[in-house]
Design a protein around this ligand. Structure first.
Ligand code: C6P
Length: 419
């Protein structure tokens, strides 16, 4: 059962994660910042890489690098095998039916733009794209651009004071003009986990496809695209212990087949003449140019790593850690939690009366604590809560309770200095 699901909880008796053992794999965590041990609590912006990922990348560059799908020589075969092997790992990780459904991109942003650009070619004036108020800019701006290009209308399902989507309203907004529902699986600013399976069911009842922005989901729990039944699922390697510059667009095969190609160039064609171009089969139709081979291999290594720890173990561990962090934050005088939905993953935003989040972030940095401050590329969320920005602590499975204690101690110091 999907651990980000609203219907099941992992079996606590089966779960175990030895955090001290895990931390050995992350050299970057073992350093001092401003004379204090680093407490890295900015994982929603980008998670850290274990040794296994960086070693897989350097092994590839030291032994196997060549261009893929192009050479008859040994190194090109090895590089192709490693690259396509990574695609198979991604397929297994999200339980897609076929590697044809796994398109490598630069990340979530590019994956969403790919769908907006290609699906957009058949969108007509008056058609509607439905998103929610808690989206990251990457799941807002491509749709706004599409609406400007086509005369379509962007509709936005509201959220409530806890930062949960108002589901009754969302369901009612799906109608005969809706061409796509595009929602975050997990909100980056609030940590809200959307009940995406239910949203997909509502959309499908009206024959509407669904794109899920999974940027903040894949590090925290198992994702099963066949169980979710979404048409598209977008995510980024760097948010799940893989490299930057690599990401994935999952698309159901018949949807990817009917979408036109996006970028043109080498690799995405079978034959080209000045009169006619025959496009390559899936997924290569959407992978123009030399791909990020090392990035894909690194992402494959990250998937191996996460799978070995076990996504159910990760979800259970993080859920306990998030509960501890939220309770301790809530006990601080003058601190307001932003994002208190019932089902959450890995993230807690907050503001402290009279203190600018950037000042807070700077004092925390001097205590070795890395958090993100600002609007988190989710300005409509900030506007809804009436704040210019928040401080946001975001967790990964290698964080510890003592790092959260360090955060709380640093916040107390910040309050004394800044209040
Ligand atoms: N959020 C954060 O600090 P890219 O940059 O393409 O890898 O991911 C974009 C993106 C899309 N959707 C969601 C829900 C996201 O959280 C992000 C990236 C980072 O919250 C950087 S702004």
């Amino acid at each position: 059962m999907n651990a980000l699901s609203h219907t099941s909880k992992p079996d606590a008796a089966r779960l175990a994660l030895d955090v001290e053992r895990v931390r050995v794999d992350f050299p970057i965590l073992h350093q001092q910042v401003h004379g204090c041990p680093l407490a890295f609590l900015d994982n929603a912006a980008s998670a850290q890489r274990p040794r296994q990922v960086t070693e897989a990348i350097s092994h590839y560059y030291h032994h196997d690098h060549a261009n893929v799908h192009r050479g008859v020589h040994t190194l090109s075969h090895r590089a192709t095998d490693a690259y396509e092997g990574a695609r198979e790992k991604v397929r297994g990780f999200i339980n897609a039916a076929s590697t044809s459904e796994i398109v490598f991109t630069r990340g979530t942003t590019e994956s969403i733009n790919l769908v907006a650009a290609t699906l957009g070619q058949s969108v007509r004036p008056g058609d509607e794209i439905l998103i929610t108020h808690l989206e990251h800019h990457s799941n807002i701006v491509p749709w706004k651009l599409l609406c400007e290009r086509t005369g379509a209308v962007l509709r936005v399902a509201p959220i409530d004071a806890d930062g949960a989507v108002r589901l009754d309203e969302l369901q009612q907004m799906i109608g005969p003009r809706t061409r796509l529902v595009a929602v975050a699986h997990v909100s980056n600013a609030l940590g809200t986990v959307n009940p995406v399976k239910r949203i997909v069911e509502w959309a499908h009842a009206a024959d509407v496809p669904v794109l899920l922005d999974g940027a903040q989901a894949t590090l925290h729990a198992a994702v099963d695209v066949r169980e979710l039944d979404c048409e598209f699922y977008a995510f980024s390697g760097h948010k799940m212990c893989g490299p930057t510059g690599i990401g994935v667009l999952y698309g159901k095969q018949h949807w990817l087949e009917k979408l036109p190609p996006w970028q043109g160039g080498g690799e995405m064609i079978l034959s080209v003449s000045f009169a006619e171009t025959v496009y390559n089969k899936l997924p290569y139709k959407f992978e123009a140019g030399t791909p990020n081979i090392a990035g894909a291999i690194g992402l494959g290594a990250a998937i191996d790593y996460l799978s070995e720890i076990g996504l159910a173990n990760i979800a259970a561990y993080e859920s306990r850690l998030l509960g501890y962090m939220t309770d301790r934050l809530a006990a601080i005088d003058g601190l307001r939690l932003i994002g208190t939905a019932e089902v959450k993953a890995g993230v807690q935003s907050f503001v402290i009366d009279g203190i600018h989040p950037h000042d807070l972030g700077t004092v925390l940095d001097h205590k070795g604590v890395a958090i993100r401050t600002g609007h988190h590329c989710a300005m409509p969320v900030m506007e809804f809560f009436g704040v210019a920005g928040t401080a946001r602590a975001s967790l990964a499975f290698y964080n510890t309770q003592s790092e959260i204690d360090q955060l709380i101690d640093a916040l107390q110091v910040a309050r004394e200095i800044l209040s």
